[in-house]
Design a protein around this ligand. Sequence first.
Ligand SMILES: O=C(O)CCC(=O)C(=O)O
Ligand SMILES: [Fe+2]
Length: 285
Amino acid sequence: MTTDRDSLFRIPGPSKADLDSFHDDGYIAFPNVFTDHARECLIREIEGLGQVREYVDQLKDLAEDPKAYFIRPWNERGPYGDRLIDDPFITALLTATIGPDFHFCHSALNVAPRGIGPLRYHQDHHHWKHENPVNLAERDKYYVQILYYLNGFTLGDRNLKVIPGSHLIAPTEDASPNRQAADAFPLRLLAGEFDAQAGRPLREKRLELPPGSMVYINARIYHGVEPKPIDSPQPYRIFNIDIFKEAGPPHRHTQEIPADWISNAGPARRKLFMREAYTEGCWTH
Ligand SMILES: O=C(O)CCC(=O)C(=O)O
Ligand SMILES: [Fe+2]
């Protein structure tokens, strides 16, 4: 537990129940975990970005054919977004769940407007979707996604949904890149076909989270997102994500770290950034 620096969060680290949830269910939900000040400053920082302002300004014109704003990697981070990367709470959580040997992989920012469609059930562990020796060797390593919901979401309004325990299912060909099989697989999971393998019933859990929340997931868990109704009381849902991986070769989106992030980093932060980025062909030569 670190107290050497101000945190953006209300709690210093995970509880025993949080850790059990990570290992047994594949995710931890942290409702309203940001301090009010941090939540407000982060929202202001993101809404102040030039591209986001432009996007929000033209939302009314796009109402017929809504499109989300999406950027990956999200490098244009202000002071609060920057602090998020190695906030003491985040570092404590990563260390408690996956051990001390992890790297920053990449980030993204997403703004989802009224009328946007769903995101199907999927997993995000890219080494499962490729068969190179390096991918096979990396499959069992942790890949964690930290999903930040600064303005929250309600049930049926761009809510995240998960299948608790589905991170325990071994990779099969059915869970592979073939789109048709990949779409059918979650239905088979939910129909009970893999309950015995998981040692528990695999059922959908639809989440509802207030502003200032975060969800910490093992990227092997099946998760998806529901559409945002055209008459949602919330004009857009802000979602940013930081992804960390156990030390090892690059994942599919392991990003280049901007030079100034490295030159401005102290030793602990620099360690997070000292890894190879993904490049075309890096798994095959
Ligand atoms: O939009 C969300 O709430 C989650 C998106 C997602 O599944 C992802 O970024 O991997
Ligand atoms: Fe995802």
